[in-house]
Write a protein that binds this ligand. Structure first.
Ligand code: NDP
Length: 498
């Protein structure tokens, strides 16, 4: 059967190359459960060849001036913007996200980060520091790239993740081998081609395809200097353990079970809108989702009523329809996992199902085989329920009622994860006090989810190590060299006389 897209190969040393493994897998359109393309799997020797190309390219790219690097990255950002809709279309088919979303967020926010770091390095952002120690002595620091780095992507924001990793990596002067998730691999080759077209030297950005075993071989390869990983906590712990044990640098962007606290004085409309964005955007497949919604007991009736009135605004349907703002889950395996959690919530946790459930939403006939689930809300939840403790990574909101804000903050922090958190309140003092006490690396006041290029994002506790984006994000791709210069003409020595 001919598939909608040609077979995807690997991309290294500046061009598309056939994999030598003889193995392929298929990527599937989750809206219809039909295959989109065959993807060739990288063998270990293909990965070795890609790494060797990246090692050679590092000799050139790491010495390329900041201005020249910036110019190439800016050109790549411009090409991404020019081809926004074409790329977004493929992302929609591959990931199941509505085109209204991929065409306004995925490529755009990726290109923003590329442009941000291009401007940053072009404007002297990688300059070191000079410290005058004494009249005739000073210390200067220099920021150097690390070498060949590995980027491992998750499936929820395919091209955005690839760009958030590669932008900072390449701007810093490193080269990269990137492995997309096997569930959403189509963007990898497109991005590599855009980089090449923008003038990136061969071997600076390379793509290998495959599943976890390809990721494991790549991230444990002795030549790899750094691993930047986005994925689940359990996989991240394995990868960080193996990389850290070999003294590789790591950045880990992992999962969360983030709390959203609605204070008694909050604007109800904003709080309900925030809670919906924090649970149903991208069909709940956002790492920073605020899936534990803490609401004051006094607002229970009003909050639930307004939420139920707004649920019909979550519109599942044909993914290229401009009315559609809600797609299927991204794969069959993930669909089964999310439905199992919803069933567990009803049958074992015995939470009250306010709306949704394990059935499929109303979608046209040709989409009914897809991996659709209804936006689901459980209420009267308690902190010990499995649906409240574990990351579901789907459109499943848990509402937890509280009596005092202190209690809400304490309960919000009772999790091993610490990716994001947020508060809705009109009281400025309360907002800052609550945010200060919440144990999370990404926090919002009276909003949820925005993650601009300027904002460094990363998790606390088991949600990760290090940050991406912002000035801090590029530091994770650099190593520091400090040099002390002494011009006094005499070495201070204790061995000058008997
Ligand atoms: P996984 O951990 O399952 O996979 C992530 C990536 O790691 C995939 O490319 C996967 O390959 C690869 N992989 C799997 N095993 C290994 C291994 N042993 N060594 C190296 N690589 C490996 O995560 P998901 O793809 O399911 O992504 C969803 C998760 O990502 C959620 O927990 C979500 O919260 C988190 N996430 C975090 C973000 C953040 O910024 N903090 C942003 C986005 C998502 P393959 O899939 O091909 O098997």
């Amino acid at each position: 059967m001919s598939l909608p897209f040609p077979t995807r190969q690997l991309y290294y040393d500046g061009q598309v190359r056939a994999a030598s493994s003889g193995k392929t897998f298929q990527t599937v359109n989750p809206a219809t459960a039909t295959p989109l393309a065959d993807i060739q799997v990288a063998s270990n020797s293909d990965i070795d060849a890609a790494i060797a190309a990246a090692e050679r390219a590092f000799q050139v790219w790491s010495k390329t001036t900041y201005i020249a690097r910036a110019r190439i990255l800016q050109k790549a950002a411009a090409l991404l913007r020019e081809r926004n809709d074409e790329i977004a279309r493929v992302e929609t088919l591959d990931s199941g996200k509505a085109f209204t979303e991929t065409s306004t967020v995925d490529v755009v926010t990726g290109a923003d980060v590329l442009e941000y770091y291009a401007n940053f390095i072009g404007g002297g952002g990688l300059n070191g520091e000079t410290t005058q120690l004494r009249e005739d002595a000073w210390v200067y620091t220099k920021k150097s790239p690390l070498g060949v780095c590995a980027g491992i992507g998750a499936w929820n924001y395919p091209i955005q993740i690839a760009l958030w990793k590669s932008a900072a990596c390449l701007a810093a002067g490193n080269t990269m081998i990137y492995k997309p998730s096997e569930f959403t691999p189509l963007h990898g080759e497109t991005l590599a081609q855009i980089y090449t077209e923008a003038g990136l030297p061969a071997g600076v950005f390379n793509v290998v395809n495959g599943a976890g075993d390809v990721g494991a071989y790549l991230t444990s390869h002795p030549t790899i200097a750094k691993v930047s990983f986005t994925g689940q906590v359990s996989t991240g712990m394995k990868v960080a353990g193996s990389a850290g044990g070999n003294m590789k640098y790591v950045t880990m962007e992992l999962g969360g079970k983030s709390p959203l606290i609605v204070c008694p004085d909050a604007d109800l409309e904003s709080a309900v809108d925030g809670a919906m964005m924090a649970n149903f955007y991208s069909t709940g497949q956002v790492c920073t989702n605020g899936t534990r919604v803490f609401v004051p007991r006094s607002l229970k009736a009003a909050f639930e009523k307004r939420l139920l009135e707004k649920i019909p605004f979550v519109r599942a349907g044909p993914l290229f329809d401009e009315q559609t703002n809600y797609g299927p889950l991204s794969s069959e395996i993930h669909y089964k996992k999310v439905v199992e959690y919803i069933r567990y919530g009803i049958e074992n946790d015995r939470a009250t199902l306010l709306t949704g459930g394990p059935g499929k939403p109303d979608v046209p006939q040709d989409l009914q085989a897809g991996y659709w689930v209804k936006p689901t809300v459980f209420t009267d939840c308690n902190d010990d329920m499995r649906i409240v403790k574990e990351e579901i990574f789907g459109p499943v909101m848990s509402i937890l009622y509280y009596d005092t804000v202190e209690e809400a903050v304490r309960r919000a922090n009772t999790t091993e994860m610490g990716l994001a958190a947020g508060v809705f309140t009109k009281d400025l003092n309360q907002a800052h006090k609550v945010i200060d006490q919440l144990q999370a690396g990404i926090t919002w006041v009276n909003t949820w989810g925005e993650s601009p290029a300027e904002m460094a994002v990363g998790g606390w506790k088991k949600s990760g190590l290090g940050v991406e984006n912002g000035h801090k994000g590029i530091e994770a791709w650099l190593q520091n060299k400090s040099t002390l210069v002494d011009m006094s003409g005499a070495v201070a020595t204790v061995f000058a006389k008997l």
